[in-house]
Ligand binder design. Structure first.
Ligand code: PMP
Length: 363
């Protein structure tokens, strides 16, 4: 961000002046494996159904503010009630609303870095203090012995499962212990859950813990990153407060119609999800076989890798091979790390070939 002028500095709150915009460092490239999107196009049948739905969607009326038809569909899908569901303009908006509702001055968040950096941005923006419980520096597993005492005084806890960018998940037992110990709200951010093994989602704990919030998104497995729809599942009074702080019309008519089609056809996405999981294991093995490369196992659609000169390697991949991956090498705890989204087989092949060549060059 350009440095702020004195005029603006005098006008904004100090915590806003200290913020930098979220910057994924995007450069257009032939192969984009940088943002953990689903790199497959929408299945043709789904695209056709979306086109038909959108063609008859009126635009002159405001959208249903709470997206109730979509809420009902999501509720049916997850075996809960409409009152347990809140829809938002992507998971990001729901996270922001979570901070608006439960954070703010005098409130304390516990999170477990290295993790999704948006939590930090929103906590700064809304004046929430953050207590960090660092993950194990080698395995990136949660340190439950340190975490449990910390959450005893927390207003909010966020655990990302699968964790972005390390791929770890939380067990049901640990999630339950957090809900029992924390007097505040425990969010499990499951943006990548559809890529994880069966049974990893903590959504079945919702019936036992009324302080649990589960975040899901259509951006990853369901190919809708550009459309911006996510949802949370939680107890009705938690949903009520999230509904109270949300802007009324952020999920527009096209987004609602699209998400409804995708929800009703969600089974069509299963083969691609299976393929991405298969490719994740293949890519992991291929990367691990490269000299000097360390790869962590992942339950998401991405792999975290460490190698010497990672920043230079990333720049070579981008500039010489037109392949974009995400640089985490200057993120605390992630020295020399890159995050690679698992793409289609031919994209993964291209990445493996390019990386092998770049590593020979920079060695
Ligand atoms: N949570 C995590 C862990 C993420 O990585 C992302 C996207 N990068 C989100 C939430 C939000 O995704 P979206 O706003 O596209 O739903």
């Amino acid at each position: 961000m350009a440095s702020l002028s004195k005029r603006v500095l005098d006008l904004v709150r100090p915590e806003v002046a200290a913020l930098s915009p979220y910057d994924p460092n995007f450069t257009p490239c032939k192969i984009n494996l940088s943002a953990n999107e689903n790199t497959y196009d929408l299945p043709v049948r789904v695209r056709t159904a979306i086109n038909e739905a959108i063609a008859t969607t009126p635009t002159n009326r405001y959208p249903d503010p709470m997206a109730n038809e979509l809420r009902d569909q999501i509720a049916l899908w997850h075996g809960v009630h409409r009152e347990n569901v809140c829809v938002g303009n992507g998971g990001d908006e729901l996270l922001f609303n979570f901070f608006l509702a439960f954070g703010g001055p005098g409130k304390r968040l516990v999170d477990c870095p290295p993790t999704f950096t948006v939590y930090d941005i929103y906590s700064k923006m809304l004046g929430t203090s953050v207590v960090r419980c660092w993950r194990d520096s080698k395995t990136f597993e949660l340190d439950m012995d340190a975490l449990l005492p910390m959450v005893r005084t927390a207003n909010m806890v966020i655990i990302t499962s699968p964790n972005n960018p390390t791929g770890n998940t939380i067990t049901h037992d640990d999630a339950a212990r957090l809900c029992q110990t924390c007097p505040g709200i425990v969010m499990i951010d499951e943006a990548y859950i559809e890529f994880a093994d069966k049974g990893i989602s903590c959504e079945d704990l919702l019936s036992s813990y009324d302080n649990l919030v589960i975040l899901h998104t259509y951006s990853k497995a369901f190919c809708l990153a550009g459309v911006r729809v996510g949802y949370v599942l939680a107890a009705p009074d938690v949903i009520d407060v999230l509904a109270a702080v949300r802007q009324p019309y952020t999920v527009d008519v096209f987004a609602q119609a699209t998400a409804q089609v995708v929800t009703s056809m969600r089974g069509v996405f299963l083969p691609t999800i299976k393929q991405i999981r298969y490719e994740r294991e293949r890519l992991e093995r291929a990367l691990a076989a490269l000299e000097g490369v360390q790869v962590w196992p992942s339950q998401g659609n991405f792999l975290l890798v460490r190698m010497p000169h990672a920043g230079i390697v990333r720049a070579h991949l981008r500039d010489k091979w037109s392949i974009l991956v995400r640089d985490f090498s200057s993120t605390p705890g992630l020295d020399d790390c890159l995050r690679i989204t698992v793409g289609m087989p031919e994209e993964n092949d291209a990445l493996i070939e390019a990386l092998a060549a770049v590593l020979r060059e920079v060695a």
